[in-house]
Design a protein. Sequence first.
Length: 229
Amino acid sequence: MAARLNRGPLWRRILQWTVFLFAVWAASCLFSLFLMKWITPPVTMVQAQRRVESWFAKGKYEKRQSTVPLRRISPQLQHAVIAAEDGRFYQHHGIDFEELEKIYEDIVEDGERIRGGSTITQQLVKNLFFTTHGNPLRKVAEFGLAPAADFILGKQRVLELYLNLIEWGPGVYGAEAAARFHYRSSAAALGREQATRLAAVIPSPRRRRPARMDKYAAIIDRRMAMMGW
């Protein structure tokens, strides 16, 4: 294989090696997703990024994380997160094309993007395999991996991994750690108001605090009611 890739003009060899390495990376991601049907990874790419950032900043890094099964996460929090981040979570297959169409219409009509378009599955893929630094290549890779994650893992496992791995404050990862850090409660015991406030911090977890999320938490609460929750 290596000998075959080293033949031809330089530009062709560079292209061939790029395609080959991308294929290897994609295959490793798919294999990792298959394993995640049963195993929750101990660390994600975003978590690794935060640790490296703390080293460069010469700051203290304390990681708080406890993995729990979905049945031990309050249904109120599950519903609040879906209402806040991905209202059509159970209707799409990893990519919400209806939401993307609305974003395009916003840009055409208003000249700016006023809503987020990443699904819970896309956000999970980003947390697992990428850093928070956005670039077009990452988005392309997300678009490829999100449907695969949705197919391999299924909705409930995607939601379980997402709720156990996302950032909910400086060094705080997962619903159980977030509940204990912010409310001194278990994830299973969270009430509706606590759930909406926690869901409200997800877009900017290192800056937002649940206690200050009155307005957005109320919006999430109304969305939940409209969805029958």
